[in-house]
Ligand binder design. Structure first.
Ligand SMILES: [Zn+2]
Length: 307
């Protein structure tokens, strides 16, 4: 598996005590080091996403705004939750670039793997076409999906989002796109309050009540979400892997357990093996309790790596 990150993603930070902290990536890097003793991981540094690829997902206005406000020192606040430091814009551009590098690597003729995990921050799924919000500046998974459609001629790209928050940005950007479908579970009602009802026919939303547990989420995957993805017959699977639906996470109220992330990975890998020539790219989104995040990412990666 390719594991893609960049040092800028560690340098981005939004102030003392912000839950979306560089420590998240530090504990994930420890997991990656541990797993690399057991599994064949290929670590790579992301390259910066070209403006052309970013502009498929985002307005000129948003890009100009982020560029104009990027501070040379201190912070710039975009909203109550979202702040830029001098490294933030680069972190987002390299995080977006991680998905493009992943696409390139898994499509090489002699590729060593068809799977990639982008261990990047800031997260991306709240960033809309024209608005940065909710800890997110650029929408990496949407930029990746649009590149897959344009540059790799994919016709049926499935984006699966199991972050506890609705990925309003991804829905905003891919709604009504003829080559992309979004399959998303999220707690509802909860920030950002969107997703019910879904805004277009290619958006498949599965809102979850507070307290939804391991048994209930696995049942929903088996009975509805997985059959719906299978019926779509994807040729590429992209995953917004947020780990904040874990029962120990302080930002929300779902009760997923470590092994649910293993289950998600096994099921998605099985679909990718069957339908997508094994091609699957996952992006880190949320997950804020560092111990739960570390264990959940480990189980998720093991699920993608186990035979
Ligand atoms: Zn989240």
């Amino acid at each position: 598996m390719y594991v893609i990150t960049h040092p800028h993603c560690l340098a981005h930070e939004m102030g003392h005590a912000h839950p979306e902290s560089p420590d998240r990536l530090k504990v994930i890097q420890q997991v990656i080091t541990q797993l690399s003793e057991q599994y064949p991981l290929q670590p790579l540094n992301a390259t910066q996403a070209p403006l052309k690829a970013i502009k498929r997902a985002h307005s000129d206005h948003l890009i100009e705004q982020l560029t104009a406000h990027a501070p040379t020192e201190g912070y710039y606040s975009i909203d109550a939750d979202t702040t830029m430091n001098p490294a933030s814009l680069n972190a987002a551009r390299y995080a977006a670039g991680s998905g493009l590098l992943a696409l390139q690597m898994i499509h090489q003729k002699q590729t060593i793997s068809h799977t990639a995990f982008c261990a990047v921050r800031p997260p991306g799924h709240h960033a809309e076409h024209d608005r940065a919000m909710g800890f997110c500046l650029l929408n990496h998974i949407a930029i990746c999906a649009l590149a897959a459609a344009t540059d790799y001629h994919k016709k049926r790209i499935a984006i699966v989002d199991f972050d506890v928050h609705h990925g309003n940005g991804t829905e905003d950007i891919v709604a009504d796109h003829s080559a992309i479908a979004l399959f998303s579970t999220f707690q509802h009602p909860l920030y950002p309050g969107t997703g019910v009802p879904a805004s277009a026919d290619n958006i498949h939303n599965y809102p979850l009540s507070a307290g939804t547990n391991s048994h209930q989420i696995q049942q929903l995957w088996q009975q509805r979400l997985l059959p719906d993805i299978k019926a779509y017959q994807p040729d590429l699977i992209l995953v917004s892997a947020g780990f904040d639906a874990h029962k120990d996470d302080p930002l929300a109220g779902l009760n997923f357990e470590d092994d649910d992330y293993y289950f998600f990975a096994r099921e998605l890998k099985s679909l990718a093996d069957e339908l997508c020539e094994r091609k699957l790219i996952a992006f880190l989104e949320g997950g804020y309790e560092l111990n739960a995040l570390s264990r959940s990412v480990k189980r998720f990666m093991q699920g993608l790596l186990d035979d």
